[in-house]
Write a protein of this length. Structure first.
Length: 419
């Protein structure tokens, strides 16, 4: 399956799942789910230790043999899975209002080891430029989650627990496939190559910290809404923000290829010039999507989620300008990450995170979900402008050259030229 078709599959089945949970669970239950899942989502970023990215980098550059990398990855996975489960359990039970139900907490924790294993091993296929295999690891869990959500919510009416079970089942088929068909089970060993382990964790930790800061900018509002507001406001925000995620699939369509090919590219400057072309195209396409959503957001929310989510309309509209600007970051960050420079993103993301926290603390108590949306769109815009400046300096391409549209931009897409 191509990258484009894979992304369309993820969007289609992901949106289908979102519609089912909205229609059959309502705003408050969706708020409980969002609050439950935010900690596993963020902590899996820490738990992943950036291993997928460091694996892609070391394998793509041919620094270490594949078999030794696979062995080291499985060893890291065993340790980080255990640490992630313990730490995430503590965070959910101590910091979240939704963590009072032990059965919900345990179900939210269940996907962590399987998802971490799949995430780690994606890096091997990216490093080998096996994009088709990488795609399967991404879209198959989405399909299983949709199918089991439909069965457990529509047929059996299992409520929140049914959706949590579906999320737990989603990553398991790919986990089994990777373990046996791709012979990752042969990579389990007690013999540790300390040099590879040290280098992978060293670079991986940098990726992990960068990814953590990025994810905090994207997820922090859910945490603060959970603590400063109520489940209804959290649910309204989660569904409004959820629609914007599909716009980001456009730059993400290219980002996987960018990261993999940047990691193996011999001419970095020429590659970065092509990345700037994709930025301009992505920004234009996302811009059209933003205008469409601004014009028809009320109808879209009503058709997808029903009248009970009407308050999500204002959340969506407030977020859209920030989403458009964040396309800049989404499009270009993978280029520098693929070169082993994930730390560059932190120069933009840390100031944006501070702004995000400050505005959320001020606005959420008074404006609820809309206040969180204002904080997010301000944070996204700030991060993107700062990152654009830093990217220009790193790749030594003037801002005017990055931003100026050229006829060749469209030609590249129409003619299907490969990046």
């Amino acid at each position: 399956m191509s990258v484009g078709l894979s992304k369309l599959t993820i969007i289609g089945f992901g949106l289908g799942t979102s519609v089912i949970t909205a229609r059959y669970l309502g705003p408050e239950n969706n708020g409980i789910i969002a609050a439950l899942l935010v900690y596993p989502s963020i902590f899996m970023t820490i738990g992943s230790m950036g291993i997928r990215q460091s694996t892609t980098y070391f394998l793509g550059k041919g620094i270490f043999p594949e078999e030794k990398i696979k062995t080291t990855v499985t060893q890291i996975w065993l340790l980080t899975s255990l640490i992630s489960l313990i730490a995430c359990y503590y965070l959910m039970t101590q910091l979240s209002r939704s963590g009072e139900r032990l059965d919900y907490v345990l179900l939210a924790l269940l996907p962590i080891p399987f998802t971490l294993f799949n995430t780690y091993n994606q890096g091997i296929f990216l490093g080998k430029n096996e994009i088709k295999v990488f795609n399967r690891i991404n879209w198959i869990p989405t399909v299983f989650i949709f199918l089991f959500t439909a069965i457990l919510l529509i047929v059996f009416r299992f409520g929140i627990k049914g959706y949590m079970i579906a999320l737990a089942i989603g990553p398991i088929p790919i986990f089994i496939l990777l373990l046996f068909k791709n012979k990752f089970i042969d990579s389990f060993s007690l013999k540790i190559d300390w040099m590879i382990l040290k280098k992978m964790i060293g670079l991986g930790t940098t990726y992990a910290i960068a990814l953590l800061i990025i994810n905090l900018n994207l997820k922090l509002d859910i945490i603060l809404l959970d603590n400063l507001s109520d489940a209804y406001q959290t649910g309204i925000y989660a569904k409004g923000a959820g629609i914007t995620q599909y716009l980001w699939q456009i730059p993400m369509l290219f980002s996987t290829i960018i990261f993999a090919r940047s990691a193996t590219s011999k001419n970095e400057r020429e590659f970065s010039i092509k990345v700037t072309q994709l930025l301009r195209v992505s920004f234009a396409v996302v811009g059209i999507g933003v205008i469409f959503l601004l014009l028809f957001s009320e109808d879209i929310i009503k058709i997808l989620y029903g009248g009970q989510f009407k308050d999500s309309v204002s959340v969506l509209k407030i977020l859209l300008p920030g989403v458009l600007f964040f396309t800049i970051f989404k499009s270009m960050n993978q280029d520098l990450a693929g070169r082993g420079k994930p730390w560059v993103s932190m120069y933009a993301m840390i100031p944006a995170l501070i702004i995000n926290i400050a505005i959320n603390l001020i606005l959420i108590p008074k404006y609820g979900a809309n206040g969180a949306a204002i904080a997010s769109t301000t944070s996204y815009t700030t991060a993107s402008i700062l990152f654009l400046h830093n990217y220009s300096k790193q790749v030594e391409i003037p801002l005017s050259s990055i931003l100026k549209y050229k006829r060749s931009d469209l030609d590249q897409i129409i003619k299907g030229k490969k990046i």
